[in-house]
Design a protein around this ligand. Structure first.
Ligand code: PLP
Length: 399
């Protein structure tokens, strides 16, 4: 394709698509692992990772095979019947992530909605909260998706503006503040929903023992600890679950679970929680359909077989240390865990958007999460060569 044809792609998408995204003006047409090519033949390294949906790297051959083989065998059946795929997938996910039961949905936001619903139902049926009084505690600057229920918890003006009336029953407290959590709990509190590391807020890493303390407080007060691991989970932070030491009551995963090819999410819990749902109480037409089950099952196997948690931990430590060494007065802070990294720009000397543009011109794909912070989330198995290539571009971009 030439430049005119590429501009046509952008023009058509802008003309016919709703404008709810401000995409950078490059048109991608193929990818392999960490490398992505645009329609002009320019090659980039993907340090954006589709918001952590592409943890395995693009077009992983085992994912492609799982997808194609399943598509040739059985596609969608709905949950009106059993399939020979779903049970084995749920069993594998539960065993790997240390839970008893799992409920499959498609997107992250749907899984969060499911967790809110199960928390309320558990509150009424098990904890004994008075009907319609259930309260769920969330954190300021959270990001849990885009549905009406979920944005009712948001503290972002842009996420909320124009969508009222909002869903009642939420209480917002500061992130990384256990004293506020203790204070916010009442007899009607059914759950505390939290991200182990706040991604969209700018890669905000809490104290090392924060989640364990939250778990203790929740346990003492008969409140469910619900952890949104949609972005942090499945190896991104160097662990299978960033909350693994806290042993949450409910864990939500999504994004990378689909191997980069299908939207699939899971809500996982101990017995006595998810089993408040009885047939007909909740569902999703595509939730857990055979293709999602086959692909997600393969994703979990790949994470283990390729030791992706260990790789993300090691590469992340190396990358953060090198970035900190390169950082000059234009960079305020480099932070993160594993390969979930935030680079905070000193906004007196420039903006995150400007740095993103410079990196793009150097052949690096990434995106700022706000005006100050760039998120780096390359594939978990990114090679040392590609990391060095990135560091070279980054070093000249901040000069
Ligand atoms: C992306 C994300 C979601 C929403 O997932 P979708 O698949 O976009 O609905 C929820 N929570 C967190 C922490 C996320 O990063």
């Amino acid at each position: 394709m030439n430049l005119a044809a590429e501009n046509t792609c952008i023009q058509i998408e802008s003309q016919w698509g709703a404008k709810n995204y401000a995409s950078l003006p490059i048109v991608l047409e193929r990818a392999r692992c960490a490398e992505v090519w645009d329609t002009l033949g320019n090659r980039y390294l993907d340090f954006m990772g589709a918001y952590s949906a592409a943890n395995l790297g693009h077009c992983h051959p085992r994912i492609t095979s799982a997808l194609i083989n399943q598509a040739l065998r059985l596609d969608v059946v709905s949950r009106a019947f059993y399939s020979d795929r779903l049970g084995l997938f749920l069993q594998k996910a539960c065993k790997l992530l240390g839970q008893d039961l799992a409920l499959p949905m498609n997107t992250g936001a749907e899984a969060v909605e499911t967790a809110l619903k199960v928390s309320r139902k558990w509150g009424y049926e098990v904890k004994g909260v008075e009907q319609n009084k259930a309260e769920i505690i969330c954190c300021s600057n959270n990001f849990h998706g885009r549905t009406i229920g979920v944005i009712s918890m948001s503290t972002s003006d842009q996420a909320r503006q124009g969508y009222g009336p909002y869903l009642p029953g939420f209480k917002c407290i500061p992130f990384n503040d256990t004293a506020e959590l203790e204070r916010a709990i009442t007899k009607n509190t059914v759950a505390f929903l939290v991200e182990p590391i706040q991604g969209e807020a700018g890669i905000i890493v809490p104290d090392a023992d924060y989640l364990e303390k939250c778990a203790r407080i929740c346990r003492e007060n008969n409140v469910l600890l619900v952890v949104d691991e949609i972005q942090t989970g499945l190896g991104r932070t160097g662990r299978l679950l960033e909350s693994e030491n806290a042993k949450a009551d409910v864990t939500i995963i999504g994004k990378s679970l689909g191997g980069g090819v299908v939207p699939v999410s899971l809500v996982l819990s101990r017995k006595g929680i998810l089993d408040v749902f009885k047939p007909g109480d909740h569902g999703s037409t595509f939730g857990g359909y055979p293709i999602a089950a086959a692909v997600a099952s393969e994703t979990l196997s790949i994470i283990e077989d390729e030791e992706l948690c260990e790789k993300a931990r090691q590469s992340g430590e190396y990358l953060i240390q090198k970035l900190q060494a390169i950082a000059n007065e234009t960079i305020k802070e480099v932070r993160g865990r594993g390969l979930m990294i935030g680079v905070e720009v000193n906004t007196q000397n420039g903006s995150a958007e400007a740095l993103v543009q410079k990196l793009l011109r150097g052949g690096i794909l990434c995106k700022n999460v706000n005006h100050a912070v760039i998120r780096l989330a390359p594939p978990l198995a990114i090679s040392r060569t590609h990391i060095e290539e990135f560091l070279n571009v980054f070093e000249s971009a901040v000069q």
